[in-house]
Design a protein around this ligand. Sequence first.
Ligand code: ADP
Length: 269
Amino acid sequence: REGTWRVSAIPVRGDGGMMLSFEDVTDVEHAGQMRRDFVTNVSHELKTPLTALLGFIETLRGPAREDAAARDRFLEIMEKEAARMNRLVSDLLSLSRVETTERLRPTEKLSLREIAGTVVNAVRPMADAADVVLRLETEEGLETSAFDVMGDPDQLQQIVLNLVENAIKYGASGGEVTIRLSLREREAVFRGPGVQLDVIDKGEGFDPIHIPRLTERFYRVDTHRSREQGGTGLGLAIVKHIVSRHRGRFRIESAPGEGATFTILLPAA
Ligand code: ADP
């Protein structure tokens, strides 16, 4: 079989023979490579804003010293870069928190409808600034408690927030973002009912070839765009881990020019 193998020769006592042992270390090798890549990526992501900060400090000490307008402009950029580093470190901490124990015991019964409402209120100013109309749609005739799931309130709020913020950041050209809540009566994957939350934007979307890699840490369709938007490249990796800890499913659909839909499906409480 193709892969990485560790071969050892062990002398067999008594008869002077040798025993050859073949051990498949492909996975170990792969995990090591992933770890090395991760450290390289993190260092690079932190180094970019740091280099900018150091450059601006230098300029403020020298040429821009007496120029008040330039000073204000540079300080603004420095604040942005520092804020990006801050977000990156927070996201790294979130990710490592949700990665350490793969499966959490659900802690509380909470309504995904209420969480979505809280998130919509929180991001309203961001949506207004981007000229995006936010819509929260709930399947008709259902109470808030119909969308109850078991979970960690902070983590569930974080995934909805990540998806809605992305929809506003990358889908703003579409002018509207819809958060839709519905119930799935019989969900084969959980052998029971499921609560579904879709975040739908009508922006530029992306080629579906990116979909399998979007939940990798630091994978971006357009790195420049993500950076410009203050992205860390970790948002969807965090979503994937939190959803899987809640025994849920996470699905992405998109096509160029047709917006994108991000779907979370959780077992109903
Ligand atoms: P970032 O911090 O870069 O936004 P994410 O992990 O949240 O990182 O998203 C990864 C990438 O997925 C983004 O850089 C962007 O290219 C793409 N993406 C995420 N959401 C959308 C969306 N709603 N529309 C188009 N592209 C998106």
